[in-house]
Write a protein that binds this ligand. Structure first.
Ligand code: PEP
Ligand code: MN
Length: 346
């Protein structure tokens, strides 16, 4: 159950509602939104009686029953598609957004050249890991603070918003100083301490699906962030582990429409990690636009053969330009359909 209070509900009205909820044997999980307080009601109890009682309480705008285990992120809670603002760039609204950049920030020259190249080709956000989750402890772990500073330099030169990975709750304040959007990688999708801390952070979060996680688990992880106070979550399908070895991961393309049914949060696709091979990235990227993703995140490197991580799946700058050119008709159609959908909901 979710109780939305009226925008100008008083403290006493809110406290009264919380008390009534507790009397019914439920726990209260309230979050302060931009305009109103929204109260999540969790636990077991007499839903119908509680709903009826709360609907009539002063200051209550609406009380809705939510059958999904994830509440705030569910479509039942909010019918309209949400847009998330990342430093002035809206993901989930009327424009198709492309995030591009290297897997890892490696040097000033590498990140500046990539940032300028992807910005000129139409990307609006720059990706690049400064803290890298690597399978082997002996592999490059990222430039850390130096990498964050280089991302800031690239942002100043190009105006691109910065998306970079956060691996530990201990680093949230540091990374938030430099990042416009905090990326939670597949390996940390269920790092609950990190998710809770990101819930209290004022930066939007790009939450990638764990490689062996179900869609429901992805949504429960998003719920952690939102329930702890941060509504600005973007979901990302990046391929899952299956028996197939022809690609690095198996791109679960249907996850996008499934998520669009289940949640109001924006959803993007990562064709780079989903395939692991440069030659496959353009086709999967086109599929992502066609199937209704809100954007793409793509790995691009000025010289993929010298990349420290994920060179095989990184596009060259020329490859990225060609991809952006070839996506144009798909993006035009996407805009038309999105415009119609937005007009239909008013
Ligand atoms: C990445 O974006 O470079 C990355 C490590 O991705 P994932 O967490 O999806 O493996
Ligand atoms: Mn990578």
């Amino acid at each position: 159950m979710i109780i939305s209070m009226r925008p100008h509900a008083t403290k006493e009205e809110i406290e009264h509602v919380c008390e009534r909820i507790r009397e019914f044997g439920y726990k209260v999980h309230s979050i302060q939104g931009d305009e109103r307080v929204v109260i999540g009601v969790v636990g077991v109890g007499d839903v119908t009686a509680c709903l009826e009682s709360l609907e009539a309480a002063p200051g209550v705008e609406s009380a809705v029953r939510i059958s999904a285990p994830y509440k705030f992120v569910s479509r039942e809670f909010k019918q309209e598609h949400s847009a998330v603002r990342v430093n002035g760039v809206e993901i989930g609204a009327g424009e198709f957004m492309v995030i591009a950049g290297p897997c890892s920030v490696e040097s000033e020259r590498q990140i500046m050249e990539t940032a300028e190249g992807v910005a000129a080709a139409g990307a609006r956000l720059l990706r690049g890991g400064a803290f890298k989750p690597r399978t082997s402890p002996y592999d490059f772990q990222g430039l850390e603070l130096e990498g964050l500073k280089l991302l800031r330099k690239a942002k100043e030169a190009t105006g691109l918003a910065i998306v970079t990975e956060i691996m530990s709750d201990r680093d949230v304040d540091l990374v938030a100083e430099y990042a416009d959007c905090m990326q939670v990688g597949a390996r940390n999708m269920q790092n609950f301490a990190l998710l809770k801390t990101l819930g209290t952070c004022d930066r939007p979060v790009l939450l990638k699906r764990g490689m062996s996680s179900t869609i429901k688990e992805l949504l429960m992880s998003a719920e952690y962030i939102v329930a702890h106070g941060n509504p600005n979550v973007i979901l990302c399908e990046r391929g899952i582990r299956t028996f197939e070895t022809a690609t690095r991961n198996t791109c679960d393309i249907a996850a996008i429409p499934v998520l669009n049914e289940l949640t109001h949060l924006p959803v993007i696709l990562d064709p780079s990690h989903a395939t692991g091979r440069r030659s496959l990235v353009p086709a999967v990227a086109r599929a992502g636009v066609a199937i209704g993703a809100d954007g793409l995140i793509l790995e691009v490197h000025p010289c993929p053969e010298k990349a420290i991580s994920d060179g095989a799946q990184s596009l060259t700058l020329e490859g990225f330009r060609n991809l952006m050119r070839d996506l144009r008709p798909y993006v035009e159609l996407w805009k038309e359909l999105r415009g119609a959908a937005m007009a239909a909901v008013g």
